[in-house]
Write a protein that binds this ligand. Sequence first.
Ligand SMILES: Nc1ncnc2c1ncn2[C@@H]1O[C@H](COP(=O)(O)OP(=O)(O)OP(=O)(O)O)[C@@H](O)[C@H]1O
Ligand SMILES: [Mg+2]
Length: 458
Amino acid sequence: MGTVLVIDDHETVRLGISKIVDRMGHHGLTAASGAEGLELFRAQDVDFVITDLKMEGMDGVEVLRRIRELDPDVPVMIITAYGTVETAVEAMKIGAFDFVTKPFAPEVVRLKVTRAMELCEARRARNRFEQETEYLRGQVELRCGELVGRSEAMQQIFRAIEKVAPTDTTVLITGESGTGKELVARAIHAKSKRAGGPFVAVNCGALAEGLLESELFGHERGAFTGAVRRKMGRFELANGGTLFLDEISEISPALQVKLLRAIQERTFERVGSERTIEVDVRIVAATNRNLEERVRQGLFREDLLYRIMVVPIEIPPLRDRREDIVDLSKHLVERLSQRLGMAQKVVSDEALGRLMAHHWPGNVRELENALEQALVFCDGERIEVDCLPTQLRPQPHDESTLSISNDQASLPEILEDLERQLILKAYHESGGTKTETARRLGIKTSALYYKLDKYGIR
Ligand SMILES: Nc1ncnc2c1ncn2[C@@H]1O[C@H](COP(=O)(O)OP(=O)(O)OP(=O)(O)O)[C@@H](O)[C@H]1O
Ligand SMILES: [Mg+2]
């Protein structure tokens, strides 16, 4: 949680804002003049400054200017009762984070504080990134094959890959969709002594049982209707290399038996043939399901699980390793702009703040898609918040307070509608974290669950 310095010569205003800040779980500091504010700023670690414009002595624009000199990374927001376009423009020109006219709803303060904290977090992460990259180079590998990641979790995975790659051990990679399972499999192959051989991937979830069997083991001519010529299976194609069995949880029980034998003995028969074929393949499997759970449900063979789970590698979801987002964004923007034949672009601090705050249910793949969309929509050299996909942009209704969609409705209906909007907003702003949403709304988590259910919010 951060520290917010509120400078205003009106006691009620500064205490009011500071109270809102405290209720958000941050720490509010107050000063009655620009000079006092600057003194506090020098003495304390301040993350966000909110200052009045018109004050005796030093005015808000001067405060902004001095703070920019002391620390250009700290956002400063100016509030005023005399909102003129000119002062707003001037303030924004010298780098004000935002400009708000009094009176404003508490909701506006909360929203600005949230945005400013995001921006602060992004700037800190970027600074850390810049300082550490130099220092870390040579100490820690920030990459492993195509994989990028500085988080402790990814560093551990890199070490596991280095260790396991040179052996022929079977590896099971687990992780939510889009976390980079295939990339880990490719890195294992690339760092193994089989790197010169083929890397063959099969998506076990994409084919019906019969087709999957012939895809894996091949078939003889006439083995079934439509089998007009002999076909080699993926096991044979992967000979001398690595076979990547993706979505292995989806294999039918009957085929699991055949797969178990193929993995155990490295032998199998093509569909429609008696001849046993022997291959030299290394198996890497992946799944986004809980295989132990599938075993308990009787959907996955326990012996097969133990056979493939010799070395497990678990990739945590992106939201649990947010420190990877700066490097990943940079890496993905480089890769995408190359692929799209575009000039290199950088992600603005504010946009990065949004990226770091998002929940990323689709993990790195979702991040990649968001950045691709941003690159396509963005005209300038920088990817700004406006270029991000809608779910990442601050919602338009954020700016105003809540809206009554149908004022003909009854009071209970209107209240329900407002409640729903408030919950949605808090839910969105806390990145879909339920405990945080409940905290913001000041209700119990159990009450929140009930309400999420009631309003069909997922
Ligand atoms: N650590 C990483 N560094 C760089 N790129 C990554 C990383 N993790 C994932 N990616 C990129 O994100 C995308 C998704 O990765 P990948 O296909 O390996 O995920 P997956 O776990 O196999 O997903 P799914 O379960 O949906 O098949 C790819 O374009 C990949 O290049
Ligand atoms: Mg995959």
